[in-house]
Design a protein around this ligand. Structure first.
Ligand SMILES: NC(=O)c1ccc[n+]([C@@H]2O[C@H](COP(=O)([O-])OP(=O)(O)OC[C@H]3O[C@@H](n4cnc5c(N)ncnc54)[C@H](O)[C@@H]3O)[C@@H](O)[C@H]2O)c1
Length: 275
């Protein structure tokens, strides 16, 4: 029996990359998973992959920044699975420029996806969590719930070209610490994992041509110059970027019963990188 048997986990942006690895990891420990992605095809595929493993999953696709998304997402967990135990705010992307070239749209888009969306999802979860926690307290049970917000070393230390992204990821730490204080009474552990360099499509090497990803119809440039990736690998004590599975393992630490007395913390998962 897995350590998360019967738990209900919600993971945003879980159609690809780190989010996908988190959803599969939690499912492998017995959690029922509400998958989400901006793009329905990878979102549905991950839900199907989890079902094929013998676990329960549904996909609630769409942008986490969409009006009404938070209620739809949280509502689906409660209606379909009758619970709400783990929330991982992972969905996101980068849209970089130096500050003199950064548009208002670009700055706002990063705040919307990395900060406002987690805020709305957690606000939507507040009432069901309060109700579940009240019933458990009345029955004399102590049941721990888990929130893991995904930040970045760019949010902790800044990163040239990422004024918008690093501002949003830094603010997510403030949201994490505040909810740790508001939700301790409901036995919710609220923590952050800040990634260093994890090998996904956001950090793929830029070969001859700059790569782009389609985010809701906009072509966003992503990727890192190979010489920059080499320089980063030299700075990382463990000598390389992490895999999505290694990133998911760090998130799992904060979802497991072993972290029941840990809250309001930021765990850096970066192969030892300290800037
Ligand atoms: N890869 C890294 O090195 C790194 C480092 C630090 C932090 N992070 C953070 O980790 C998280 C996951 O990134 P990744 O590297 O796995 O990227 P990824 O592009 O591989 O996966 C992210 C997924 O989120 C989805 N997504 C994007 N915007 C969305 C939205 N508005 N609504 C719903 N889904 C949306 C994408 O479609 C994609 O499937 C992000 O929050 C990112 O900022 C990544």
């Amino acid at each position: 029996m897995g350590k998360l048997q019967g738990k209900v986990a919600l993971v945003t942006g879980s159609g690809r990359g780190i989010g996908r690895a988190i959803a599969l990891k939690l499912a492998s420990e017995g959690a029922r998973v509400v998958v989400n992605d901006l793009d329905a095809e990878p979102g549905d595929a991950v839900a199907a992959e989890i079902q094929a493993m013998g676990s329960d999953a549904i996909a609630i696709n769409g942008s986490v920044s969409e009006a009404g998304f938070a209620d739809r997402f949280v509502g689906a967990a409660v209606e379909k699975f009758g619970g709400l135990d783990i929330i991982v705010n992972n969905a996101g992307y980068t849209w970089d420029s130096t500050i003199q070239k950064m548009t208002d749209e670009q700055f706002q888009a990063m705040l919307d996806v990395h900060l406002v969306a987690p805020f709305r999802i957690l606000r939507a979860a507040a009432e069901p969590i309060r109700i579940f926690a009240k019933k458990e307290a009345e029955a004399g049970q102590e049941v721990f719930r888990k929130v893991v917000n995904i930040s970045s070393i760019a949010g902790l230390y800044g990163n040239a070209g990422q004024a918008s992204y690093s501002s949003a990821k830094a603010s997510l730490v403030g949201l994490t610490r505040t909810l740790c204080k508001e939700w301790g009474r409901y036995k919710v552990n609220v923590n952050c994992v800040a990634f260093g360099l994890i090998n996904t499509r956001l950090t793929q090497p830029i070969e001859a041509q700059q790569k782009t990803i389609d985010v809701a119809g906009r072509d966003i440039k992503v990727g890192v110059q190979p010489q920059m990736l080499d320089a980063m690998a030299r700075m990382i004590p463990l000598g390389r970027g992490g895999t999505p599975e290694e990133a998911a393992d760090a998130v799992y630490l904060f979802c497991s019963p072993e972290s029941n007395y840990v809250s309001g913390q930021v765990l850096v998962c970066g192969g030892g990188l300290i800037l």
